[in-house]
Design a protein around this ligand. Structure first.
Ligand code: FRU
Length: 481
C-alpha cells in the first residue's frame, strides 16, 4: 500500500494535541464504515496499534496496554493506550496511559512490560529519544500505576552502556529477592540478543549480559523479549529480525517470533541450561511482538500484535491499523509451547450449528471447530465472485493460501504459509472476525494468525471428511464510542 510513503517524519511525529478534532472525526467515520473492522478483537478507534504492553492482572482486573500512534495508520509518535477487563467480554477504555512528555521519551513511549508489586503496577517502558542526527538514544524507564488508576512516571533506570542504538522493550519479573529484566538488544557485533539485568531495589540495575544459548548469532535484533517459567520449564520468547530458513515452514515473514524452552536460567553463567531447538509458535502471515503475563488463577496468558512492522494492510484506507490477538493460555506439552483461546471467550459463542458442506454466512464474526481424522480437507472463505482464502491440509502439512483475496498485500513475502501437521486425528479451532483469522492447529502446538481481505465475504465451505461445528461470535462490549 502506498498510502504510508506519503507521510513525512514531521507528520508522523505529531502529538495527539496537534491532531485537529475534525481530522480525528474523519478517521473515526472512515473506520466505522469498514466491514473489516473486528468485533471481538481489540483494534484502535483510529490510528495504528502495534505491540501489546504492560499486560498484568492488577486490582481484580486484567490490564492491557498497547502501542498507539494517534495521527493515522502509520508508525510515528508512540503512546501507551490502556484497557482493562474482568472477563475479556466487557472492557473498560481508559484512554492514553503514557504520553511522550519527557525529554527521555520525546520521540515515543516504546514497548515494555508490567510488574505488580504491593499496591502498584510498575510499568517498565523504553524512552525513545532521537538526537539532532536522528540517532536513537534509548533508555529503560518506569512508571507506577496505583489502584485508583493514576499513573506517574519515575524516570530512567537504565542507560544504554553496552548495546547499539537498538536497545528496547524491558520485561521484568521477580525471582526470590531479585528483580530480573530482559531487554531486546543488538550487540556491538550486530547480533540480536536478550540482555539480562538484575536488581534488588528496582532502581539500580546490574548488567549481566545477553542470555547465552546456541542461538547467539541468530538475526541482527531481537525485539520484545519475554522470559517466564511454566510447567517446570523456562521459556525465552522473542521477535527476531534478520532470520530466514530454507525449510518450507520457518521464518517466512518480514520479521518472526521464536521461542526456546530450557530447564532454567543460570544467573551466574547467564545461560539457559539444557535448552531445546528454537521453535515458532505461529505459522501465519501476521503475528508479532507477543507478550505474556500471569493472572490471578495462575494462568500464563499470551497476547500478540496481529500485524508486522513495515507491512501496511488495506485497513489503512479506513484510517486504522493493527489489532491484538485473542488472549491465549499457555502450557508446555512435549516440549512445545501450547496455546489455547481463553475459555472466557466461550461466552461470546452462539449456538452450535453442524456444517454439512456450505454455510451462507449471516455474520462474518464466527468460529468453527473441525474434528479431523482424514488426510485431506479444505476450508474456504469466499465471496460471490469467488475471491477467497483457503485453509487446507494434507497428511503432513497445513496450508493457508491468501493468493486469491479481493485485496492482496505484502505479496513480496509470498501468499502461502505452511505448517507441519503433527497428527491426522486432531481438533482444530478457527476464529474468524471480519478481516482476521486465528487457527489453532496441532492441539495448539502451533497457530496460524493472519489478516485477510475479501470484499463482501459470504460463505464458508468445507470439503473432506471433517466433523465441523459453527458458532457465531458476539461482539465484545464497552469499546464502542
Ligand atoms: C516492535 C517495536 C518495539 C518497539 C515498538 C515501537 O514492534 O518495534 O521494538 O518498542 O515496536 O512501537
Amino acid at each position: 500500500m502506498s498510502l504510508n510513503s506519503n507521510w513525512t517524519v514531521e507528520q508522523r511525529y505529531r502529538r495527539i494535541e496537534e491532531v485537529a478534532q475534525d481530522s480525528i472525526d474523519e478517521m473515526v467515520n472512515l473506520r466505522k464504515q469498514d466491514a473489516g473492522y473486528p468485533s471481538y478483537h481489540i483494534a484502535p478507534k483510529f490510528g495504528l496499534l502495534n505491540d501489546p504492553n504492560g499486560l498484568c492482572f492488577f486490582n481484580d482486573d486484567h490490564h492491557l496496554f498497547y502501542q498507539w500512534t494517534p495521527v493515522g495508520p502509520v508508525h510515528g509518535m508512540k503512546y501507551w493506550y490502556h484497557l482493562s477487563t474482568k472477563d475479556f467480554i466487557h472492557f473498560e477504555d481508559h484512554g492514553i496511559a503514557l504520553h511522550p512528555d519527557q525529554d527521555y521519551d520525546s520521540h515515543g513511549v516504546y514497548s515494555g512490560g508490567a510488574l505488580v508489586e504491593n499496591d502498584n503496577a510498575l510499568l517498565f517502558f523504553t524512552g525513545n529519544k532521537r538526537d539532532e542526527n536522528w540517532l536513537r538514544v534509548p533508555t529503560q524507564c518506569f512508571a507506577k500505576m496505583s489502584a485508583d488508576g493514576k499513573i506517574e512516571k519515575h524516570g530512567v533506570v537504565i542507560e544504554n552502556d553496552h548495546y547499539t542504538e537498538h536497545f528496547r522493550d524491558p520485561k521484568v519479573w521477580k525471582q526470590g529477592d531479585d528483580y530480573l529484566m530482559v531487554v531486546g538488544a543488538q550487540t556491538p557485533q550486530k547480533t540480536g540478543s536478550m540482555a539480562l539485568y538484575c536488581s534488588r531495589d528496582l532502581m539500580n540495575w546490574q548488567h549481566k549480559g545477553p542470555i547465552q544459548t546456541r542461538y547467539n548469532n541468530l538475526g541482527y535484533m531481537w525485539e520484545c523479549p519475554d522470559f517466564f517459567e511454566i510447567d517446570n520449564q523456562s521459556v525465552m520468547l522473542f521477535s527476531p529480525q534478520g532470520v530466514s530458513s530454507e525449510n518450507p515452514y520457518d521464518f517466512k515473514n518480514i520479521y518472526s517470533v521464536a521461542y526456546i524452552v530450557g530447564d532454567r536460567l543460570n544467573l551466574d553463567s547467564v545461560e539457559l541450561e539444557n535448552h531445546q531447538d528454537i521453535a515458532q509458535p505461529d505459522y501465519g502471515f501476521d503475528f508479532y511482538a507477543p507478550q505474556t503475563y500471569l493472572d490471578d488463577k495462575g494462568r500464563r496468558i499470551l497476547i500478540a500484535w496481529i500485524g508486522l512492522p513495515e507491512i501496511d494492510t488495506p485497513s489503512n484506507e479506513h484510517q486504522w491499523a493493527g489489532m491484538l490477538s485473542l488472549p491465549r493460555e499457555l502450557h508446555i506439552q512435549d516440549g512445545y509451547l501450547v496455546q489455547s483461546a481463553l475459555p472466557e471467550l466461550k461466552a461470546l459463542q452462539g449456538e452450535a450449528v453442524a456444517v454439512e458442506s456450505v454455510v451462507e454466512l449471516d455474520t462474518t464474526s464466527f468460529m468453527v471447530q473441525l474434528e479431523t481424522e482424514t488426510d485431506e480437507f479444505e476450508l474456504t472463505l469466499a465471496n460471490a465472485a469467488g475471491d477467497n482464502i483457503v485453509f487446507s491440509a494434507t497428511e503432513t502439512e497445513f496450508m493457508l493460501d491468501r493468493s486469491k483475496m479481493s485485496q492482496l498485500y505484502a505479496e513480496e513475502f509470498g501468499s502461502v504459509r505452511k505448517a507441519p501437521r503433527l497428527s491426522i486425528k486432531q481438533t482444530i479451532e478457527v476464529y474468524v472476525d471480519k478481516s482476521v483469522i486465528e487457527i489453532f492447529i496441532n492441539g495448539g502446538k502451533h497457530t496460524m494468525t493472519s489478516r485477510f481481505f475479501i470484499d463482501d465475504l459470504s460463505s464458508l465451505s468445507m470439503t473432506g471428511d471433517v466433523n465441523t461445528v459453527y458458532h457465531s461470535m458476539s461482539p465484545i462490549k464497552g469499546l464502542d464510542d
